[in-house]
Write a protein that binds this ligand. Structure first.
Ligand SMILES: Cc1cc2nc3c(=O)[nH]c(=O)nc-3n(C[C@H](O)[C@H](O)[C@H](O)COP(=O)(O)OP(=O)(O)OC[C@H]3O[C@@H](n4cnc5c(N)ncnc54)[C@H](O)[C@@H]3O)c2cc1C
Ligand SMILES: NC(=O)c1ccc[n+]([C@@H]2O[C@H](COP(=O)([O-])OP(=O)(O)OC[C@H]3O[C@@H](n4cnc5c(N)ncnc54)[C@H](O)[C@@H]3O)[C@@H](O)[C@H]2O)c1
Length: 473
């Protein structure tokens, strides 16, 4: 039962559903929908927008901005068509349309149709299967779950100590940009930093990336950083590696609202003792599970252990999925965990949760990877054989555009011939990935993969060339 924001403080204890989900992001929504489909009742408690970070501030707006840029980049290198250039205002309008102008009415209609109750307000645990729901007005009431409570509260940005209290951009401002700062410093070298550098430079900002480590996307196969760095630099982005911010200054900021410049120029000093200045600074320094305000101690759960991904201390009625679970922060992983948990809650037998995690970073060129890198496979004790192929050697890939850059790598267990990991960088990389995921999950040896004939001339011929290099396996 939704409580209107102006209702008086109240305390009632009602069993609203078999399963209560805390947080209505992609993980929470899939969980709720699936348990209802299985014949149980479900309610979601959401304190902001139903649809979560992914729908309004993360995956959807970023990809709405990046897809036209990918098309523009292709047309610039595709004889036979006029090159096309990004139109900043139209890009921002496309983004705003895809986030439904930050209105979740459509998601609320979906929930209604799916038979999922939506309880608006901030949730905190107060006892076994008991949730207190707080409204902004101060009113609150208690609800009880018949069977299970699922934490799906997502994640929140990690703020390095040096930036605490300084008004700068986070990923919400970058995906929700209303203004384009003339100069933008981005701190970080992960997917958020690289993708945001791509769209903010296309929108007209002069972007400087401050990367603490040796490379952008440092956990990937080494050639990933080389190709993404070249792509960013070609787009006009300046990259400083081995650079950490040691101090930051900004004249007292104002809060001008989402995606607007938050005050006067920002000045940072870096570990190289360099002073740098920009109109805005975006922090893209990672995320951590959002568990702080859940009152977990009231049910004897150690929030710090849970944030590290240690779920062993959870009582049998309490579960955690999605970014809140402390693993890789990816929408599709949270949704997979939701499907698995929904099956278990409705009495079905499920296989183990251990599954390779695919990821596509939508830079120019695109980066797609799944499973282990060669270094990770070796560290895990595998003896490995690998194959690498340049996209320029593959006719189906070379037809996609001129000025082609791209590379692929397969990591295979030398003893079993099974694929352990795959990385593709280049046009269509994201579409080449799922075959690798299927090969890993299905435990298909490379000897069998060779019989999967590839249609000519498609980018999937990259697979053919990789497998030809593994003929002795
Ligand atoms: C810029 C950016 C781009 C990204 N792009 C991609 C991408 O392309 N592909 C990809 O797979 N992943 C991407 N991600 C990661 C992706 O956004 C997350 O993995 C995903 O949103 C996690 O889903 P979730 O349901 O676990 O949590 P969220 O989407 O964070 O949803 C959690 C929900 O819980 C609510 N909530 C939290 N606490 C409470 C409480 N106490 N009471 C009530 N409600 C609460 C929140 O308001 C929110 O609605 C991106 C992330 C960022 C920052
Ligand atoms: N396309 C996609 O799949 C996609 C896109 C965006 C984000 N995401 C996911 O969202 C999550 C958050 O992404 P992210 O890029 O913010 O996180 P990340 O953890 O992947 O990268 C954080 C970056 O910040 C750097 N860093 C950390 N602390 C720092 C400090 N104090 N000073 C300087 N640099 C520091 C790290 O070295 C790293 O380069 C990730 O799990 C990511 O996979 C996915």
């Amino acid at each position: 039962m939704p409580v209107s924001p102006d209702s008086p403080t109240q305390s009632q204890d009602e069993s609203v559903a078999d399963v209560i989900v805390l947080g209505g992001g992609p993980a929470g929504e899939v969980l709720a929908e699936r348990v209802v489909r299985a014949g149980l009742s479900a309610a979601i408690v959401e304190h902001e927008l139903l649809g979560g970070e992914c729908s309004y501030y993360a995956c959807i707006p970023s990809k709405a901005l990046l897809r036209p840029l990918q098309v523009a980049s292709t047309t610039a290198h595709l004889p036979g068509v006029e090159p096309t250039a990004p139109i900043p205002d139209a890009l921002l309008r496309r983004r705003s349309d895809w986030v439904a102008h930050y209105d979740d009415a459509g998601q609320a209609r979906w929930a209604d149709k799916a038979g999922v109750k939506v309880l608006r307000g901030h949730a905190r645990l107060v006892g076994e299967r008991q949730i207190e729901i707080h409204q902004r007005s101060g009113a609150h009431h208690t609800v009880t779950a018949g069977r299970a409570v699922v934490i799906a509260t997502g994640s929140t940005p990690r703020i390095p100590a040096v930036f605490e209290g300084v008004p700068v951009w986070d990923h919400r401002d970058a995906t929700g940009a209303q203004e384009v700062p003339a100069r933008l410093m981005i701190v970080g070298g992960g997917p958020v930093a690289c993708e945001a550098a791509t769209w903010m430079s296309a929108l007209g900002a002069q972007v400087t990336l401050l990367v603490r480590g040796a490379d952008v996307l440092g956990d990937a196969e080494p050639f990933v950083a080389d190709l993404v760095t070249a792509g960013l630099e070609a787009a006009g982005v300046t990259i400083h590696t081995f650079t950490e911010v040691t101090s930051v200054r900004r004249p007292a900021g104002i809060d001008p609202g989402l995606g607007r410049v938050k005050g006067g120029a920002v000045t940072v000093r870096t570990s190289e003792s360099e002073l740098m200045e920009a109109e805005e600074l975006l922090l893209a320094t990672g995320r951590r599970p959002d568990l702080d305000r859940l009152n977990l101690e009231s049910v004897d759960v150690d929030a710090a252990a849970l944030a590290r991904g240690d779920h062993s201390g959870l009582p049998d009625w309490l579960h955690v999925i999605g970014d809140a679970a402390g693993g890789p922060a990816l929408t599709h992983l949270g949704k997979y965990q939701a499907r698995q948990l929904a099956a278990r809650l409705s009495g079905a037998k499920t296989t183990s949760d251990a599954t390779p995690v695919p990821q596509v970073v939508f830079t120019e060129p695109q980066v797609a990877s799944v499973g282990l890198t060669e270094a990770q496979a070796r560290a895990a004790g595998h003896s490995t054989v690998t194959a690498e192929v340049d996209f320029t050697d593959v006719p189906g890939a070379a037809l996609l555009r001129d000025d082609l850059t791209g590379r692929a790598k397969l990591v295979v267990d030398a003893d079993t011939g099974l694929v352990l990991g795959a990385t593709f960088v280049g046009p269509a990389a994201g579409e080449l990935l799922h075959a690798a995921t299927v090969a890993i999950v299905g435990k298909v040896p490379v000897g069998t993969l060779r019989h999967a004939v590839v249609a000519f001339p498609t980018a999937s011929e990259v697979w053919l060339h990789l497998l030809e290099k593994l003929e002795r396996v």
